[in-house]
Design a protein around this ligand. Structure first.
Ligand code: ZN
Length: 202
């Protein structure tokens, strides 16, 4: 009995400690996914990823979830034009940005949902790293868990945009989560579609 109690106390203290640690620098695994997993390198000061992109039929998740406190700034991952900024029941406050075509002629969009507030409106031209809203729990699909659901939609040869794993497009390379640094990332060329992490690192 005594060893069980000690064990439980240990588990509880560890889980308390882990949940604090897991708020930053932790990336959820891909699990059993049809999508080929990307090896993720996340800086220790970056808010954690709690759910990865999945293509699994009937359990798909076409984006990644970043967990951070309500009110955390949400940043444009790349420059472009805000083409949607509205509230809906499932995704709450949401913003979509259209990015210019890259050198291959492909256009892309990024989508930011469950926002607490939107500070960018339709027609606004935003720069990479500019605040477009704040992280929240709006929309029933947020399940009351404060997070940013972030999607990358790429338009290939067909007219249809398709969701792709944002981890493929970080500025520093595939899987290399890139915290926004205005000294480095403001004036990037748009030849290649690349993203900065859409929430600030601490
Ligand atoms: Zn999500």
């Amino acid at each position: 009995m005594k060893s069980t109690a000690v064990f439980l106390a240990l588990v509880l203290s560890l889980s308390g400690c882990l949940s604090e640690e897991k708020a930053y620098g932790n990336a959820a695994g891909y699990g059993r996914s049809y999508h080929s997993p990307v090896e993720i390198v996340i800086p220790s000061n970056a808010p954690s990823i709690t759910q990865q992109f999945r293509r699994i039929e009937d359990n798909e998740h076409y984006g990644l979830d970043v967990h951070a406190p309500i009110g955390t700034p949400v940043l444009a991952a790349a420059g472009g034009e805000v083409i949607k900024s509205y509230w809906g029941p499932a995704y709450g406050n949401q913003i979509e940005i259209l990015h210019p075509a890259d050198s291959s002629g492909k256009t892309s969009r990024t989508r930011y949902v469950h926002l607490e507030d939107r500070v960018a409106g339709v027609g606004d031209q935003v720069k990479r790293g500019e605040q477009i809203g704040t992280l929240g729990i709006t929309g029933f699909l947020s399940s009351g868990f404060p997070h940013l659901h972030f999607e990358t939609l790429y338009r290939g040869t067909s007219i249809v945009h398709s969701a792709d794993d944002p981890n493929l497009y970080w500025v520093d390379g595939e899987g290399q989560i890139t915290c926004y640094d205005p000294r480095k990332h403001d004036y990037l060329s748009t030849d290649k579609f690349v993203l900065i992490y859409p929430v600030p690192c601490k």
